[in-house]
Design a protein around this ligand. Structure first.
Ligand SMILES: [Cu+2]
Length: 276
């Protein structure tokens, strides 16, 4: 049997939402006609070209427009099609404002900070917004069985997924694994909400070894259980987990070239009362 090769999908382009600029109405791809030419994203001088493909930006690509990162305002953007953001002061929206992410180390490895990252666990994913067929998201998942631990989280922890696409630098909270050896500590049995905040324009599938966790998607005691969650560009994903496996565990982006670049940390689950 033989069939025609189906046509390729349209090449997805990153949008304002992928830059963490809030939950705007992107229906119909209305942002694709925007004039990005004057928008400085972490560019010290001049404007880096902003219409980038959703795929990986690899070393060796033509990065002639790239400049050293610094706080960049979005002056010069054509805001005429940004209906969902009416009333906002677009002229002052910074794409590298560390005041919204105080824990993130300020260094050249952090190209952008998402100013208003929305929860994107219900989004279909880059390039799948307008494909004309049903696309499943994390919101469609329900656990078959009741979750083993349905306690509310005792504390929460924000972890920023940070990077610099032009320099191919990747990190958590602006610090790559090789520069920081302290593990993220947990006490045996504690239940913690982890909020992953993607400050980059790429998706990162974040993987925790040794544990399953429950995605926070409003499914109560039937929350979907995962060990890896995809955090979409400029957005957030949250999960609750019970630190029930003693020891040191890898915690990293599962795009292994991101992990190798430093987007990884050790999670250490310590016995109760140990050294406290
Ligand atoms: Cu990654």
């Amino acid at each position: 049997m033989a069939a025609e090769v189906p046509p390729l999908r349209e090449r997805p382009l990153a949008t304002m939402k992928d830059m963490g600029m809030g939950d705007m109405d992107m229906s119909g791809g209305s942002m694709t006609g925007m004039d990005h030419s004057g928008m400085a994203m972490g560019a010290e001088s001049g404007a880096a070209p902003m219409e980038m493909p959703a795929g990986e930006t690899m070393p060796g690509m033509d990065m002639s427009g790239a400049a050293a990162p610094a706080a960049g305002a979005m002056a010069g953007m054509d805001h005429s099609s940004m209906g969902g953001m009416a009333g906002m002061d677009h002229g002052s929206m910074k794409m590298r404002d560390f005041s919204v992410a105080p824990q993130v180390d300020k260094n050249p490895g952090v190209q952008t900070i998402s100013p208003m990252p929305p929860d994107r666990m219900g989004d279909p994913g880059q390039g799948l917004e307008d494909v004309g067929h049903k696309v499943l998201t994390y919101h469609d998942l329900v656990a078959l069985e009741r979750n083993p631990d349905v306690r509310a989280a005792e504390r929460s922890l924000d972890i920023h997924l940070t990077g610099n696409m032009e320099r191919f630098m990747w990190s958590f909270d602006g610090v790559k694994m090789s520069d920081y050896h302290e593990p993220i500590p947990f006490i045996e049995g504690e239940r913690v909400r982890i909020n992953l905040i993607n400050d980059s324009m790429m998706s990162h599938p974040i993987h925790l070894h040794g544990h399953f966790f429950e995605l926070v998607t409003g499914k109560g005691d039937r929350s979907p259980r995962k060990h890896t969650v995809l955090v979409q560009p400029g957005g957030t994903a949250s999960f609750d987990f019970t630190a029930d496996a003693l020891g040191d565990w890898a915690f990293h982006c599962h795009l292994l070239y991101h992990m190798h670049a430093g987007m990884m940390r050790v999670v250490s689950v310590r016995p109760k009362g140990d050294g406290e």
